[in-house]
Design a protein around this ligand. Structure first.
Ligand SMILES: [Zn+2]
Length: 274
């Protein structure tokens, strides 16, 4: 699933393609994408709109329109935007946006978990409330704010990192990488982490997300950039997807277990036990 670095890379690819462009035609071919809203009604409402901005909130992409409305997109498992000079029919094509420069933005989604919601002007903050917490790459997110979010929590710290209300945009890959970097066992109850370990975890989360953006995301499954090329973060993983391979810090084999129903990779030797 695309996480913050992948979604941010998509955002950076979409921005020069979309900003200032009019959506001259919109075809939404899959009702699941806009549910419960009717896909034809959403397509109709988007036709003629001009894109003012392309933003990101956690793992959501936000396409801001010049009338104040926002198309909020979540790629979920396999959603993918591809900018092309002409529409080429392909499997899993779910939506087509025709731009006023004669090019097209295609949205493909093999597993069909992706979503698009058209939010009315002034309603965006209400949409985020209760869904997404602090942005980890903004100045307001500090070791103290992370410590407050973890205080008293008995759930494993890995599960808490995956909770978008604790910190926005972190998913399975970057949670494993950050915990390894901070030398914290993924099953450690969040509330048991003292200021020192929380400080290390905060810095590690920021560090792995910035590395992920720098590498233009991790292409381990269907994730591609808007121009169709791959990211390279998968070549820089320390623990994720490296079960049985030597830990880069101590040389012992990386182990895979399950936490919060997610495959979790860690080093049982140099990661401090809970
Ligand atoms: Zn190790």
């Amino acid at each position: 699933m695309p996480e913050l670095p992948e979604v941010e890379t998509v955002r950076r690819g979409l921005e020069p393609v979309l900003v200032g462009r009019e959506l001259v035609d919109v075809d939404i071919r899959d009702g699941r994408l806009t549910a419960p809203a009717d896909p034809d009604a959403v397509a109709h409402d988007l036709r003629g709109a001009v894109v003012a901005s392309v933003g990101r909130r956690g793992k959501y992409l936000t396409i801001g329109l010049d009338d104040g409305r926002t198309l909020v997109c979540h790629l979920r498992m396999t959603g993918w935007f591809h900018h092309v000079p002409e529409v080429n029919e392909r499997p899993h094509l779910r939506a087509v946006f025709e731009l006023d420069d004669g090019t097209f933005l295609l949205y493909s989604d093999q597993r069909r978990f992706g979503t698009m919601r058209l939010i009315e002007a002034g309603e965006l903050e209400r949409f985020w409330a209760g869904r997404v917490g602090p942005e980890p790459l903004e100045d307001g997110w500090t070791p103290t704010s992370l410590r407050i979010a973890l205080r008293g929590r008995v759930a494993p710290v890995k599960a808490l990192l995956l909770d978008q209300r604790v910190v926005a945009g972190v998913g399975n890959i970057y949670a494993d990488e950050a915990l390894w970097r901070a030398r914290i066992h993924p099953l450690t109850p969040g509330g048991r982490l003292g200021p020192q370990r929380v400080g290390r975890l905060h810095d590690a989360v920021v560090d792995v997300l910035e590395r992920g953006i720098d590498a233009q995301g991790a292409s381990i499954d269907s994730y591609r950039r808007v121009d169709g090329t791959l990211g390279s973060m998968q070549e820089r993983f320390m623990v994720f997807d490296r079960t049985g391979e030597p830990c880069p810090r101590c040389g012992n084999p990386i182990v895979k277990t399950r936490v919060a129903q997610r495959g979790t990779h860690f080093c049982p030797v140099c990661t401090r036990p809970r």
